[in-house]
Design a binder for this molecule. Structure first.
Ligand code: AKG
Length: 351
């Protein structure tokens, strides 16, 4: 999950940036890409070559059903009156605070039973272990993107096309491949649902960002792993973004240097009173990359039910995102209790 989730205020942009920010040109092409078995050498080779890869069926049918039911358990347990069987209870006055792309980053979701269940499915870890050549991995305490059926309420529509294309790695302070992010899709995608958007191969131009965008990058603090591209950036037009088709249970992995975002429906959306998109954000990195201080912060985060971004080698508290801090009535949400973890899960925390 991205560190900074909202576009910078307009007053921080120069004139050229503002002119280049008119949305619309970078519309994705819905694409069926090759899907690979979890942990296969071919999946890793594809990731290195294209900057992303689709891992087929990381969650089996029964696992997906359980994960979705646990996701609703989380939403209903907030105590705001959400009822999974009644879409009229899914409005903003009851829904947990979300950020760009319909991502729910905090309010306990990173330690919900749903998220701990999904990140503990062996095929999910196997995919990351193959990427790193290491299976002693820590897991992010990430949130989920849950999209409500906007055919039933227009204001639920999420960002369109390539409107918030970004990378999640600072081009100066974090050179080379440092992180591979992921999402498990609990539902199948289609042009009617929308989904993840990314530019294949764009991880290969990462090193050029300082020279291509000196002013824009100059405004990003060196410790912030997030760089947003202008939404109709002419430099990005040569390779159009794609929206990869995902079957339910697929795991999409992408290099944090790969330019990505999410985009809403490209065709008239389904009118069924069901979630249009339910994805679990998940990221694993080797324990050996994590300083002892961060391991301690991660243990405290579990006790205090604090969610994080994708990085496990730095501690970034997602409950401190501006949108969560600006929530006028945070007391309206009943946060989950600290999770009860098994030995393998505790190991993924940093014990
Ligand atoms: O929801 C998505 O597909 C994109 C998520 C994203 O941009 C991120 O986690 O950095």
């Amino acid at each position: 999950m991205s560190e900074v989730s909202e576009e910078r205020p307009a007053q921080n942009l120069n004139r050229a940036d503002v002119e280049a920010s008119a949305p619309g040109l970078l519309e994705p092409v819905y694409t069926h890409v090759e899907r690979f078995p979890s942990g296969s050498p071919e999946s890793v080779a594809y990731l290195h070559e294209h900057g992303f890869v689709v891992v087929a069926g990381a969650l089996q049918t029964d696992e997906r059903a359980k994960a979705l039911a646990l996701t609703w358990d989380y939403l209903e347990s907030l105590g705001t009156g959400i009822d999974r069987n009644d879409w009229t209870t899914w409005d903003d006055d009851r829904w947990p605070t979300s950020v760009h792309g319909g991502i729910l980053p905090g309010i306990g979701i990173g330690h919900s039973a749903a998220q701990w269940f999904i990140r503990s499915v062996p095929a999910v870890k196997k995919a990351f272990a193959a990427v790193w050549g290491d299976d002693d991995l820590l897991v992010s305490f990430d949130g989920m993107a849950l999209w409500r059926p906007w055919a039933l309420k227009e204001s639920w529509k999420t960002n369109r096309g390539g409107s918030w294309l970004h990378i999640d790695q600072h081009p100066i302070t974090r050179p080379g491949q440092q992180c591979v992010q992921g999402l498990v899709s609990l539902l199948p995608t289609s042009p009617k649902t929308g989904g993840n958007v990314l530019i294949p191969g764009s991880h290969k131009t990462f090193a050029k960002i300082p020279e291509l965008y000196p002013a824009r990058l100059g405004r990003v603090p060196l410790g912030v792993d997030h760089f947003r591209f202008p939404s109709d950036d002419p430099l990005l037009c040569e390779t159009p973004p794609i929206m990869s088709h995902l079957e339910a249970g697929d795991l999409l992995l992408w290099d944090s240097r790969t330019i990505h975002c999410s985009g809403g429906s490209m065709e008239a959306p389904l009118e069924a009173p069901e979630l249009m998109r339910a994805v679990s954000l998940v990221c694993m990195m080797p324990r050996r990359l994590t300083p002892p201080k961060v391991l301690e912060q991660r243990k405290r985060a579990v006790e205090n039910v604090i969610s994080t971004t994708n990085w496990t080698d730095r501690f970034i508290n997602a409950d401190k995102f501006p949108q969560i801090l600006m929530e006028p009535h945070p007391e309206r949400f009943r946060r989950p209790s600290p999770p009860i973890l098994d030995a393998a899960q505790r190991r993924m925390v940093g014990y």
